[in-house]
Design a protein around this ligand. Structure first.
Ligand code: BGC
Length: 385
């Protein structure tokens, strides 16, 4: 072993620089650093990875639940602000909370009665949302510890092995999720997975956005455009009926920009069932690849968020079940509609709807999806577009 004091200073300096993208002690330059976020009740250490790009944007990702804990992007004055709801400490995420920023799996959104049949075999899942199974069951991917590795630049790779039978789902499922913060102020999430048995899979991220800043009131004045001619209407339990309904003439027509609050209280059965927006939109696309799913603008900050995805659907949820009892980062109370979610996904309850795009993953196949949240700003008085 070479004694530390024998290594020439120049070589030491070079080693420190080379290690910069994963150095736990590194200062706030572009790249990736990590620190301990806390411990789970079982005593496992949870890390928090910070991704920084060259423009001063920052994303914090926790190995617990793969949660996007904070996302700081500039407003029109260039001041970075945190635009996702969540908690300052790990403790907040260990208590019951509505999936703030989490990775969701195996199945994003609901499976009716927690039941599906695959290859003639009946599977039963936990009913953790009334009669239905929601977001992977009692201990979905939002509540497991992911292994993490800093990638090159501002990125972190998370991996998790979900065992055959976990939460009632078949097959050993090996999942990799990579969060990357690009120098174009994009947060890119790449999801890949393989299985050793036929299974169903629907991964997403459950970030709650408020482009004015987390805890800065409601999102009703945000202007939203969604690239969808159709949506999947639901029953009272928020399970799709199977219909692909045209948005034409409904409060679900976001093909031109509309303020979220403009029609949210309209006398519409779908809005009543969900207490606001909480439906899956069928994205317009011709072929595979990334499409622009949605665009959201917030006038005061000037922030613009565009959502691009390879997925067929987008769950637009307006935080209808937030009621002000949860106090998040900086002690802010998160009231009704204080954030919106844009969960890119396959359609809810697809395992029970053979007409919906398939969510079946087979051995030898690879699940591969990408979603990019792209941030920019527009000047005051820009017409909504
Ligand atoms: C669902 C909502 C649910 C929320 C939090 C969304 O994906 O569509 O119905 O309340 O997640 O669990």
């Amino acid at each position: 072993m070479i004694a530390r004091n024998l290594i020439p200073l120049a070589i030491l300096a070079a080693m420190v620089t080379m290690n910069c993208s994963s150095n736990k002690e590194a200062g706030p330059g572009p790249g990736t650093t990590s620190r301990v976020f806390g411990k789970t009740p079982a005593g496992e250490t949870v890390d928090l990875y910070t991704l920084r790009n060259a423009k001063g944007a920052e994303a914090d990702v926790s190995t617990y639940g793969g949660v996007l804990v904070s996302l700081k992007v500039p407003d029109r004055a260039g001041v970075a602000g945190d635009i996702v709801l969540g908690f300052d400490d790990l403790e907040g995420y260990l208590k019951p909370e509505p999936y703030f920023g989490a990775l969701i799996g195996r199945y994003g959104n609901r499976i009716a009665h927690g039941k599906f049949t695959l290859d003639g075999v009946k599977y039963t899942l936990a009913r953790n949302d009334g009669e239905n199974s929601l977001h992977g069951g009692n201990r979905g991917f939002d509540k497991v510890l992911w292994k993490a590795k800093a990638g090159s630049g501002a990125s972190v790779e998370l991996t998790y092995l979900s065992k055959d039978g976990e939460e009632g789902y078949p097959g050993n499922l090996s999942i990799t999720v990579v969060y990357t913060l690009t120098d174009d102020n994009e947060l890119k999430i790449d999801y890949t997975a393989t299985t050793d048995k036929d299974t169903v899979l629907n991964l997403t991220n459950h970030s709650y956005f408020n482009l004015a800043g987390q805890g800065e009131g409601d999102i009703l004045a945000h202007q939203v455009t969604i690239n969808a001619d159709r949506f999947t209407p639901v029953d009272k339990g928020l399970i799709p009926t199977g219909e692909l309904r045209s948005v034409e003439g409904t409060p679900f027509d976001f093909r031109q920009p509309h303020a979220i609050g403009e029609r949210i209280n309209a006398p519409d059965e779908q809005l009543k069932f969900a207490k606001g927006y909480d439906q899956n939109f069928v994205l317009n696309r011709s072929g595979d690849g990334l499409v622009l799913a949605a665009r959201v603008t917030e006038a005061k900050s000037g922030r613009v968020m565009e959502v691009l995805t390879t997925q067929p659907g987008l769950q637009f949820y307006t935080g209808n079940f937030l009621d002000g009892t949860i106090h998040g980062k900086g002690g802010r109370a998160y009231g009704p509609r204080s954030a919106f979610c844009m969960e890119t996904q396959h359609f809810p309850d697809s395992p029970n709807h053979p007409d919906f795009p398939t969510v079946v993953l087979k051995p030898g196949g690879q699940y591969r999806e990408t979603t990019t949240y792209r941030f920019s700003t527009e000047s005051a008085g820009s017409p909504a577009k």
